[in-house]
Design a protein around this ligand. Sequence first.
Ligand code: FES
Length: 296
Amino acid sequence: MLVGALEVDSTPEKGHIPMSAGNGWIRVGTLADVPPGESRAVKISEGRSVALFNVDGRIHATDNQCPHMGFPLTRGVVKDGVLTCDWHGRSFDLEGGGCFNYECDDLETFPVDIRGDELWVQAGDATYRRRDQHLQLLWEGLLSGDSWTISKATALLLSGGVSEHDIVQLVLRHLGRHVASEQDAGGGGNIVSLLVSGLEVGRRYDGEDRLMALSLAGRAASGRASERLEVITLPPPVRWEQIDGWVRMFSRNMQDFRIERCLHTARENGQESHIFKLLFECAVAPYFLGFARNVA
Ligand code: FES
C-alpha cells in the first residue's frame, strides 16, 4: 500500500524546472525523486501540476488536481492500483484514470518514459477533449440536484469552449423528462419560469456572474426523472485482472456503483464470461472466510 506523499508541495524543487522536448514530453525529475512507495508533485506550468507515484518501482503520472474539488492527489492513498483522494474519498484507476464514483470526472493520466535516470511525462497540450465526459457530469448533477456538480460541469464546459446553447439544450432535455415523470399536470410551470428567468438574467452578465446565473438555472431544472444514470466504461487500458481485484475489494466494502462500472467495462471489453464466477466468489467468500475466522 502506498500512503501518499511525503513531498506534497506543488512547487518544483530548486533546479528542478521541467524541461520540454517537443510532442508534449516534459522532464519532471529523476527516479531518485520518487522512491518506491512515495509520490511527488511537480509543477509543469502555471496552474498545472503532475502527480508522480512510484508503485512497486513503476512510475505513474496523473494530473495532481482531484477532478472532484481539486485536492492534491499526492496526498491520497494508492492500493491495488486504485488512487483514493484524501478529501472526499473519490477513487480512480491509477493507470487509465477512470473514476469509480458518481458525480466525478475521470482523472487525466499521462504516459511516462524513463530515459536513463530521468523521468519524462507526456502531459499533452491541455487541448480540451472532454466535452462528452463533462456533459455526462452535468447530467449526473441534474439528476441528483447537486448544485456543486452542476456548477462545476457548467464551468468546465464553458471554459472548454462548449456553447451555452449546447449546455441549455441538455438542461432542457432533462427538464422535459423530469417534468413528465415527476411532476403533476401543473407542477412544471414554476420550474420552467425559474429556468427561463435564470437564463435571462445570465445574458446580462459575463464571466463568473454569468456562470452563477446559468448554474442556478440548471439547479432549478434539476431533479429525479424516470431514468437512471448511464454507466459508462472505464477509460482504457483496463485488464480483466484489475477488474477482478477491484470488484473483490469494492464488494468487501459494499461499494455498488464502483462494482457496476467495473462490470460494465468488463462486458464492453468482451469479458462477460468471467463475470458470473467472480460474482459467485464475491457472494460466498465472506461467509466461508467469516466462518473460518469464527472457527479459529
Ligand atoms: S477533492 Fe478529491 S474527493 Fe473531493
